[in-house]
Ligand binder design. Structure first.
Ligand code: PGA
Length: 238
């Protein structure tokens, strides 16, 4: 089953999230066949984004590397799970570049996610410069090393999100996506429950081609997921 994750980033108040959830629900009816949907709102809007009918689940956009204690402003994996989340995004490129999250910290976050029963959506992807230097494969291999201690039998979602494609309107081509996805599947061949997503300027116009020819099991969608209509259209691409 394809997986479609709406990463709202720092957008949506609680009333906006509630209106979105109603809108999305009316657009998808009972369900979208063959598609699993996840909304990843800000922490404050999790409850407002919940579907009482269970047609989508919830994900958080980040979690603390710590268990509990004097870490002002942080939110733990246990709190996120208790708030009704099934997934948590770990290592989004904005967390890596704007908040200095590196491999060791991300591996602690992955461990905290597992302890709380959350399925990580672990993000990887090369910068424009790495791509120009021809080091995309090496970058992905280095970022995948962070998963070394993550239990291989557990379900895992890896999102290939080339940094140059995020929020730029310049999506990767299906062939770029397919070659990165193939490389990731090879690097992670020991993982039984692996799903690979593509993310970076996915929209209703390019979703079908990327899903059919991009070698992935769904998408992590930012900007185009902020309208329920856009997200529903993308999720129907399969
Ligand atoms: P975008 O963001 O769809 O707006 O490019 C994707 C992401 O950052 O997850």
């Amino acid at each position: 089953m394809n997986l479609f994750v709406a990463n709202w980033k720092m957008n949506m108040t609680r009333p906006q999230a509630r209106a979105y959830a109603l809108d999305l629900g009316s657009r998808i009816g009972d369900e979208i066949e063959g598609a699993e949907l996840v909304l990843a709102p800000p922490f404050t809007a999790l409850e407002a984004a919940r579907d009482p009918r269970g047609r989508w689940t919830l994900g958080a956009q980040n979690l603390s590397e710590h268990h509990a204690g004097a870490f002002t402003g942080e939110v733990s994996g246990a709190m996120i799970a208790e708030a009704g989340c099934r997934y948590v995004i770990v290592g989004h490129s904005e967390r890596r570049s704007l908040f200095g999250e590196d491999g060791p910290r991300l591996s602690r976050k992955l461990a905290r996610a597992r302890e709380s029963g959350l399925v990580p959506i672990y993000c990887v992807g090369e910068t424009e410069r790495e791509r120009a230097e021809g080091s995309t494969a090496a970058t992905l291999a280095r970022q995948v090393e962070t998963l070394a201690d993550d239990p291989a039998a557990e379900p895992l979602v890896v999102a290939y999100e080339p940094v140059w494609a995020i929020g730029t309107g310049l999506a990767a081509t299906p062939s770029d996506s397919a070659s990165a996805a193939a490389h990731l599947r090879e690097l992670l061949s020991s993982r039984a429950g692996l799903r690979i997503l593509y993310g970076g300027s996915v929209n209703p116009g390019n979703a079908r081609d990327l899903l059919t020819n991009g070698g992935v099991d769904g998408f992590l969608v930012g900007g185009a997921s902020l309208e329920a209509a856009g997200f529903a259209a993308i999720a129907r691409a399969g």
